[in-house]
Each structure stands twice: as C-alpha cells, then as structure tokens.
Design a protein around this ligand. Structure first.
Ligand code: HEC
Length: 619
C-alpha cells in the first residue's frame, strides 16, 4: 500500500478542487503600482473580493458589477482587489489599461499564476470571496447578487458555505504555469533549494532547521509552500520587477516559485537516484570572504556574552581595541556570528585615535562653509527657534542643498577613514573593489552596538570580526564614500497603517552608487529609493516593498550606477503603527524618533565612490 505522509495530505488538500469553506492558504502579491499586499495583513477586514483583470480582456460587465458591489460593501469592511493572473507582466501597460477603464483598485500582479490557480480562477468573469482571517474561499462565481449574498452572510456573522457558480466568460490561459512539465526532486527541486535556501538552512547555518535531504524538504514542504507564496522566504526580498538589478538579490525567480509550488501541490514526490542536497559541501572556514581573499589578516574576538533564555536584552555597547600599532588600509571585513539564533545585529563604528567629533560642531562648521547669505539665513532660523523655546529645524537644515555634513558619517569627515562590517542576518561582510580601501589608523578602536534577542534557552555567543588589509605599504588609490539620510522628526500617530515619509540625500560630486540600505525599526513597512537627477528626470533604483526589521540588507547594485554631481537620492517609505503589523510592540501610542527598536528611525544608508579622486591616499 502506498504510504501517505502528512505533507502529502496537506499538499493534496491544497491542490484539489475547492470544497465548502476550503482553505486555500495565505499569499502576498505586489500590485501594478508596486504596493505589497499580504492577505494576513487584511485580517481586520470582513472579506476580500478579487476579480481578474487582463489587458484588452477585462470583463466589462463583471467590472461594472464589481463597482456596484464595492459601492455597497466597501464601507462595511470588505476590500476589493483586481488580480492579473499572469497574463500581462508589464505593470506600466496594466496601469495604462487601468487608467483607460477608470479602474482605481489595486491590480495584484500574479506573474507566476500561482495565486489565480490556487484561488481556482478559470475565467475572466469569475470573482472570489476570500476570508483573510482563515485564508478560506467562501465564494467563486459571477460578480453579482449571489456574491452580495455571501458578503451579507459574512457581515451578519453567519457560518458561510462555499458557493461555486459556473460562469461563461473568457477562459484564462495558464500556459506559463503549465510550461513546467514533469518535475523531479533531483533535477528541478533540489537545485532550487541548494541555490536559494541551503546556505542558511543547513547544519550550523543561521536558520532554525536544515534542508539537507529529501526527507527534510518533504517534511517542510507545506511550510515551504506558504513561505514562498507569502514571499517571506528567502528573506530580504525586494520588488525585482522595478529598479536596478541587485547583486545580492534574495528573491526566487518566477519559474523557481512555480516549480516549487507545483511540485509540492503534486505531492512532493522525492523519488530519485541520488539526493543532491546530501552531497552539498560547505567550506571549512567560517569566513565567506575566504573564497575570494583567503584567511583574514586580523581576527577580533568579541568578549563572550551570555544571553538568558527569555526576556529582553538591553542593547550593549562594547568597546574593542584593534591593537593596531601601525596604520593599515582595509580591503574587506566580515562578522562571523557565534550564535546566530541570539545575535540580532551589530552596528560597528570605527573610533579614530583622536576620538569621534561632536555632531553639533560638524553641523555648524558645515553651515559656516555655505555662502555667507545662506549661512546667515540658517543661523537666524536656528536662533529664532531657540528663542521661541522650540527645537531648531535640524531636518530641514540637513536637507539644505550643498550642506556638507559628511562629518556626521562614520569616518568623522576624514575622507580616508575606513569602516568595518556590521552584522544583520544575511548581511555580514563588506568588500571593497580592488584598489579601493579605507584607513584604520594605529590606535583605532571599534564601538560595537550589539543587539541580542532571547531564544528560549540560555546561550553563549562568541562572535568574531575579521579584517582583510592591503599589503603593508600599499595605499589603495580610491576611497569609498557615501551618505546617510536620517529623518529626526518622526511623528507617527497611534494606529496609523501607512504613515508616509520622505527623505532626500544629496550626492555632492559625480559618483558611482554601490549600495542602498533602508533602516527603520519595528514599525517600518516599506521603503523605496529614487534618483532625482539635476535635469529633473527621475529613476527608481530599488524598492523594498515589505520591509522587515529582522532582515536589514544592504542592497548592492550589480553594476554601480554613475550619477552626476547634485543627484538626489529620494527615500520614500511608510510606517505601520497598526495592530496589523505583527511586530508592533504597541499600536496605541504615537511614535517618535529614538534609538531603541520601540522608537523609530527613518534612514537610508548609501555607499558611493566619487569619480574624481585625485587628492586622496597621498599621505
Ligand atoms: C539568509 C538566510 C535564509 C535563507 C536564504 C532562507 N531562509 Fe528560511 N529561514 C531563515 C531563518 C533565520 C528562519 C527563522 C525565521 C525567521 O527568522 O524569519 C527561516 C525560516 C524558514 C521557514 C519556517 C517559517 C517560519 O515561520 O519560521 C521556512 C519554511 C523556510 N525558512 C523556508 C525557506 C526556503 C524554502 C528558502 C529558500 C527558497 C529559505 N527559507 C531561505 C533563514 C533563511
């Protein structure tokens, strides 16, 4: 008799035709304007109604009927969405079509067709009613009175039987999904896991379980399906349909998502000659950079920290003396977490032998170096605020064109000063291109701001930092520089679901942009970066549509982007201070700027390299 595992049963349930109150599962999609929609986030809504959209094929009657339903039900807590079932992947074209048809609803872009398939949508005039709390379908059929009846039942709190009513609209072609024929574990699935998951999900990796055999993959397959469909794993995903290509993009390709889910839905068959996952070999060394650079020149051991089993651990500031007796130029650095299950992040600051500079001093020097007229105007503004007992408008002043506050950055305004890698899961090293480096002067120290979280059992962490230097006597020709955008006035009202903010950072000289990194705390929801050029044109560089405090990645452009002097990097984002944000420690309070993770920050960290570098590296 064929043995049926729990995973297989779940997979069969998930893939079979849908019955009354059938659970289809949670999912997340990005709409045609780049907004992330996660169904679980909508669980304060009574129901979600979805209707297919297709360029040139949207069912006009169904759309009109949906508009009528929306007029009656939206105010009662029903959310209406359109979904393009992977028929048009060009968002601009969908936006143009939406404008033409007067559609003002988000159009979820189901490029993989996996969600439309999961919802059982087969025709363009079929609508579904979906319960975002139980992830169940309650209705599939015409957008009309019958759908309205289902909504009435939901709103009345009655128990709802799944209603299925056939429609006769145009059929949806699932050609893209069907293109993957017979999928095998050995040739199709194991390579995807090896490539995208195994580095973290292995013995000694940073994930809590290993996917190092077919048994493990099969056992985890229902969860794998869920994390893929909600875009939760791999972590740190970006919206890879906009902006520049990132070298360290974590996303699965559409075809990889299709293969994983289709294989799981078909029962996760693991019959195979060999098991590629058991044959994966991992380097002996703990240093990722060892492959490119060999073993490090200096290893800094951070004193062991014992982290209790439960509770909140205060941020620690740990000073480290690098023990450097001579000046050395840094090529690269890396953090190897001792116990990744408790180490949340490290922010590393290099303290030069002469110490850090006072930020107010840096700002006032920068103001002094502006043309006299503007400097006077700003000083007047500051004095007026102080005289009125108010806080000076530091944010606005920092946005003053041409104000050079690079002294506020790590490096204290010394263009030569190097930096040392910090740590966040998935973000553990910093590697300069050949010929680019920063200086660590003899006597330099590090300050490590370390944040630990508890894991359920007492854990000792012994983390190390590795530094790779240029050979003694070699001074790399170029320096990396960069900018930090930091909004100090943050006022997020209690319960705000999408409190928007924007932040502009100037690139003072012609430069090549290397990386972009959003930084917010628990209430951070999304952030994107646009380059605004001196000629007024704009270009999206990167969008992080579902920001997570747990996965703060520095996104590195595959090809550094050359921008003219005076380019602005505009960071636009939002906070979610509502109960819908599962990480929100308290939705009932207004939230302001602060260093603790229950306060907020709105920052962009950028690295760029100035094109003209004639005067550096001379001493
Ligand atoms: C950069 C490291 C990393 C990569 C790459 C990664 N994971 Fe994870 N994964 C984690 C960590 C850490 C957790 C623990 C939960 C968390 O921190 O979000 C996790 C949790 C999970 C879980 C459990 C879900 C849960 O609710 O905790 C599943 C399932 C999973 N990962 C699947 C995958 C799959 C499938 C891939 C590849 C397509 C993948 N992961 C890639 C680090 C990673």
């Amino acid at each position: 008799m064929k043995k049926i595992t729990l995973a297989a049963i779940c997979a069969i349930l998930a893939s079979s035709p849908l019955y009354a109150g059938e659970r289809v599962g949670d999912f997340a999609l990005i709409d045609h304007e780049g907004v992330f929609h996660h169904m679980a986030w909508y669980d304060d809504q009574q129901a979600i109604v979805l209707l297919p959209q297709a360029n040139g094929g949207t069912d006009a009657q169904a759309l009109a009927a949906l508009a009528d339903l929306r007029a009656s039900y939206e105010a009662q807590g029903v959310t209406f969405l359109l979904i393009n079932p992977g028929l048009d992947n060009d968002r601009d074209a969908v936006a143009a079509e939406a404008a033409r048809l007067g559609i003002d609803l988000p159009v979820l872009m189901d490029d993989t067709q996996l969600v439309a398939d999961m919802l059982g949508l087969r025709r363009l005039d079929e609508a579904v009613v979906y319960d975002p709390a139980s992830f169940e379908l309650l209705y599939r059929g015409e957008a009309g009175p019958a759908l309205g009846q289902t909504l009435d039942q939901v709103l009345a709190g009655a128990s709802v039987e799944m209603t299925v009513a056939d429609t006769d609209g145009a059929e949806i072609s699932f050609a893209s999904l069907a293109a993957h024929g017979e999928l095998t574990y050995e040739h199709d699935i194991a390579p995807i896991i090896a490539e995208n998951c195994a580095e973290c999900h292995r013995q000694g990796g940073i994930a809590p379980f290993a996917m190092d055999s077919k048994l493990a993959v099969k056992g985890w397959s229902p969860m794998i399906r869920e994390v893929v469909l909600t875009k939760r794993m791999p972590p740190g995903q970006i919206d890879n349909k906009v902006g520049h290509k990132m070298r360290n993009e974590m996303n699965l390709a559409d075809a990889e998502m299709q293969k994983l889910v289709a294989w799981i839905d078909a029962g996760a068959n693991t019959q195979s000659e060999t098991d590629p996952l058991t044959r994966l070999e991992w380097p002996e060394t703990k240093w990722t950079l060892a492959e490119a650079l060999g073993e490090p020149d200096l290893i800094v051991e951070i004193p062991e920290q014992t982290i209790p089993a439960t509770g909140v651990v205060d941020y620690m500031n740990i000073p480290i003396d690098l023990g450097l007796t001579e000046d050395r130029w840094v090529r690269a650095s890396e953090v190897a977490p001792g116990s990744p299950e408790v180490l949340h992040h490290i922010i590393t600051t290099v303290i030069p032998p002469e110490g850090l500079r006072d930020p107010m001093e840096v700002i006032s020097e920068a103001i002094d170096s502006l043309p006299e007229e503007r400097a006077v105007a700003i000083r007047t503004e500051i004095f007026a605020a102080v005289a009125a007992g108010e806080r000076p408008p530091i944010d606005r002043i920092l946005r003053e064109p041409g104000l050079d506050v690079s002294g506020l950055l790590v490096g204290g305004g010394d263009a030569d000063q190097g930096s040392v890698a910090g740590y966040a899961p998935g973000n553990s090293f910093s590697l300069n291109p050949e010929g680019v480096g920063g200086l660590l002067k003899a006597g330099s120290r590090l300050n490590l701001q370390m944040h630990y979280t508890t894991s359920g059992k007492e854990t000792t962490d012994a983390t190390e930092i590795a530094i790779y230097f240029y050979d003694e006597g070699v001074i790399p020709a170029e320096r990396m520089s960069g900018g930090v955008g930091n909004a100090f006035s943050i006022d997020i009202p209690a319960h705000a679901k999408d409190h928007e903010m924007q932040l502009v950072t100037y690139v003072p000289e012609e430069a090549e942009i290397y990386s972009l990194m959003p930084h917010m705390h628990f209430r951070g929801k999304r952030m994107d970066f646009t380059a605004r050029y001196p000629d007024g044109s704009e270009e999206v560089l990167l969008s992080v549509p579902a920001y997570s405090f747990n996965w703060q990645l520095s996104h590195e452009l595959e090809t550094p982007l050359r921008v003219p002097a005076g380019t602005q990097i505009v960071a636009s984002g939002a906070f979610d201070n509502s109960t819908q944000n599962e990480f929100n420690p308290d939705p009932n309070i207004d939230v302001h700027w602060g260093e603790q993770s229950w306060d907020e920050m709105f920052m962009g960290f950028y690295s760029w390299k100035n094109v003209e570098q004639t005067e550096t590296g001379t001493d």
